[in-house]
Design a protein around this ligand. Structure first.
Ligand SMILES: CC(C)(COP(=O)(O)OP(=O)(O)OC[C@H]1O[C@@H](n2cnc3c(N)ncnc32)[C@H](O)[C@@H]1OP(=O)(O)O)[C@@H](O)C(=O)NCCC(=O)NCCS
Length: 151
C-alpha cells in the first residue's frame, strides 16, 4: 500500500485503535492498557494511517517495549479490510529501523501457536521459532511460540 503515513500513537487515535483491537483478538487489550503504554517510557507505540475520504484513518498499529538491548513486540494489528496488503510489514519494519538506530540487538515476541497468519507474517520477516511457553494464554490455555529476530 503506497499512501501510508507512520507516526507515534496519541490519545486521539485510541477510538480507532480500540475498534481494530476488538475485532482482531479473542482477548483484546483494554483502553487502559493502551493508555498506560502511551506514557510508559520504555514503550514505542507506532501507527500507520492513510487518507480516506479526506481524513486520515488508522490502518494499523504496533507496540513494542525497548528494554536494554531487546525489542519486545507486545501488540500488532491491521484493520481487517486492509490486511494482506503489506501494512503490518511496513509497520514492523518502521519499528525495527527505530530499534536498529537505538542499537537494539534483537527482537522477540510471543504468538499463539494457532495464529497461522501471524506466524507466516513473522517468518517472512525473518523471525525464527525459539521455543514454547506452555499454556501462556489463560483464556484457552493455548501455548505461545517464542519468536526472535537478530537485528
Ligand atoms: C498478523 C497481521 C498483523 C498481518 O497483517 P497484514 O498487514 O495483513 O500483513 P502483511 O500484508 O504485511 O503480510 C505479510 C506476509 O505475512 C504473511 N501473512 C499475512 N497474513 C496471512 C494469512 N492470513 N495467512 C498466511 N500468511 C499470512 C504472508 O507471508 C504475507 O506475505 P504475502 O502477502 O506476500 O503472502 C494481521 O493478520 C492481523 O492484524 N491479525 C490480527 C491480530 C494478530 O493476530 N496480531 C498478531 C499477534 S502475535
Amino acid at each position: 500500500m503506497e499512501d501510508l503515513e507512520f507516526g507515534p500513537m496519541t490519545e486521539d487515535d485510541l477510538d480507532e485503535v480500540m475498534q481494530i483491537e476488538r475485532v482482531s483478538f479473542s482477548v483484546p487489550w483494554s483502553l487502559g492498557m493502551f493508555k498506560q503504554d502511551l506514557v510508559f517510557p520504555l514503550a514505542r507505540c507506532l501507527t500507520a494511517k492513510r487518507a480516506e475520504a479526506g481524513t486520515q484513518r488508522l490502518a494499523g498499529y504496533v507496540l513494542c517495549w525497548f528494554v536494554a538491548d531487546e525489542v519486545h513486540v507486545t501488540n500488532i494489528a491491521v484493520r481487517k479490510d486492509l490486511r494482506k496488503q503489506g501494512v503490518a510489514t511496513r509497520l514492523l519494519e518502521e519499528a525495527l529501523s527505530q530499534a536498529r538506530r537505538d542499537r537494539m540487538r534483537y527482537c522477540t515476541l510471543e504468538v499463539r501457536v494457532s495464529n497461522e497468519a501471524a506466524k507466516g507474517f513473522y517468518r517472512k520477516l525473518g523471525f525464527e521459532a525459539k521455543g514454547i511457553r506452555p499454556k501462556y494464554y489463560s483464556d484457552n490455555n493455548e501455548d505461545a511460540m517464542i519468536m526472535r529476530l537478530d537485528l
